[in-house]
Ligand binder design. Structure first.
Ligand SMILES: Cc1cc2nc3c(=O)[nH]c(=O)nc-3n(C[C@H](O)[C@H](O)[C@H](O)COP(=O)(O)OP(=O)(O)OC[C@H]3O[C@@H](n4cnc5c(N)ncnc54)[C@H](O)[C@@H]3O)c2cc1C
Length: 435
């Protein structure tokens, strides 16, 4: 198989890079190394929702038990909507089927993704500063002056990707018009009535603002808490930090929500109890338009190339909770193609198949996530509840949740893939097999 023994360098050890490393090991690509710029593998934020489409893949990796140990378990609905001021219940989206969505602390998800990756593969404190092709391999130089080599480089280095620039993409991210305030609240810091509300994923819809809460973790593993994500429209001229990620006084969120319903006021008090310094994370949300270039292959050697996975190529606004899920889907797609490719040794064709399978879906997620953001934060201050129909939102998202990526990959890849011994057995798809 053409790329079976390729020396693969993964740049970036966030959720996307870790998901790709899992996929690579799952399919049997073992010559991999992962380089992360931070001194430790860390994730900040306020929890993450991993939906059915991605959980199917994590379960195929054998990570179901670890996920369920630290994530929510079968929450009563996918999402509930409430009016920001009165707290009135506006409706809900039911779950899309099994495996149900799981809400989990970002650091716990990273731990789950890390648990099966052999330590020697993981390198921290490695910030990529230059990437050059020497004529026989790629040379990756890091900010500690160390150097690594590879024949395939996978850019999992996020929305500000350095690797992306090596594909000649020169666009700049665009400010979305919203910032997010992120923090955690303990159930014990709320009244029983408010705590009950936040045992579900809830959106309080306001005027060009909304607060999303995630019931992350569970009581058995003592990981249950509420992830709070407040999406607030703010002019970029108000942004004071050089970075997109900063902290801000909780008072700022309070100001945005001063006339919001009682449970939101409790939530803000709860944020204060969890943050003795009175501050919470604040992030400016940026977007990039979908691009047509996902990879580059060396003219002098068609089995050497660079390709992107995750936010580096298909970043999306978080309004459908799909950025990490798309990275998980893209990771297994690319890893499988590299492992099972039998149609020659030209990466152009292999990477093109990866892009052809993934781009239509990720482009559509990017577009519909933008639209979902408009629906989540109502445009009209009053009277916007009548036209709001959660059942239509469910219809809008069905195509995301119901897709069986592993099955699609199996179908689309069949003409190009090395048959595996179980291919003749129609009952065994790639979900069960170690591809
Ligand atoms: C408010 C919010 C809520 C969200 N909620 C959800 C959700 O519920 N569900 C969901 O699926 N998605 C969600 N997302 C999206 C999700 O967070 C991202 O899509 C996902 O984290 C992308 O992972 P990534 O690994 O591609 O990029 P990143 O998370 O950005 O990771 C990139 C990694 O590369 C490293 N790196 C960068 N440059 C270099 C370099 N030069 N050298 C070495 N390492 C480098 C970084 O340190 C980092 O570890 C949300 C996003 C936001 C902002």
């Amino acid at each position: 198989m053409a790329f079976d023994n390729a020396r693969i360098a993964i740049v970036g050890g966030g959720l996307g890079g870790m998901a790709f490393a899992n996929a690579a090991l799952h399919v049997g690509l073992t010559n991999i190394d992962l380089y992360e710029q931070a001194a430790q593998f860390t994730e900040v934020g306020a929890g993450v929702n991993i939906s059915r489409n991605a959980n199917r893949i994590l379960d195929a990796f054998g990570l179901k038990d670890s996920m369920l140990w630290k994530s929510s378990r079968n929450p009563p609905c996918y999402m509930e909507y409430r009016q920001y001021k009165t707290g009135e219940y506006l409706g809900q989206i039911d779950e899309f089927g099994q495996p149900a969505s799981r809400q989990i602390h970002r650091a716990h998800l990273l731990d789950v993704l890390k648990e099966r990756i052999p330590e020697p593969i993981l390198h921290t404190g490695k910030k990529l500063v230059s990437l050059e092709y020497t004529g026989s391999e790629y040379q990756l130089t890091f900010d500690d002056n160390s150097v690594a080599t590879a024949t395939i480089v996978i850019g999992c280095d996020g929305i500000k990707s350095v690797v992306r620039r090596h594909l000649g993409i020169t666009d700049s991210p665009i400010y979305s018009g919203q910032v997010v305030y992120r923090g955690y609240v303990q159930y014990g810091d709320l009244s029983p009535e408010a705590a009950e509300i936040f045992r579900k994923t809830v959106v309080y819809r306001g005027h060009r603002k909304h607060i999303l809460t995630l019931p992350i973790g569970n009581d058995e593993s003592k990981t249950a808490q509420i992830g709070v994500i407040g999406f607030m429209s703010e002019p970029i001229s108000d942004w004071k930090s050089e970075s997109w990620m900063a902290t801000a006084p909780i008072d700022e969120l309070q100001e945005h929500c001063s006339d919001w319903a009682g449970p939101i006021q409790e939530l803000i008090q709860g944020l204060r109890k969890s943050a003795p310094d009175g501050r919470m994370l604040k992030q400016a949300l940026y977007v990039r338009a979908p691009v047509d270039t996902w990879f580059h292959v060396e003219e002098s050697n068609h089995s050497h190339g660079i390709v992107l996975v995750g936010d580096s190529v298909h970043s999306t606004l978080p309004h459908q909770g799909q950025g990490t899920c798309m990275a998980i889907e893209s990771g297994i797609t690319l890893a499988t193609i590299l492992k099972r490719w039998r149609a020659g040794d030209d990466l152009n064709a292999a990477f093109q198949l990866y892009q052809d399978i993934r781009k239509p879906r990720t482009d559509k997620v990017t577009q519909t996530s933008y639209e979902a953001g408009l629906l989540a934060s109502a445009d009209l201050p009053e009277g916007f509840t009548e036209n709001f129909k959660p059942e239509l939102l469910k219809e809008r998202m069905k195509w995301i949740m119901e897709a069986d990526i592993l099955e699609e990959l199996y179908q689309r890849g069949a003409p190009y893939f090395e048959p595996k011994s179980s291919d003749s057995d129609a009952s065994s798809g790639p979900v069960q097999a170690n591809l």
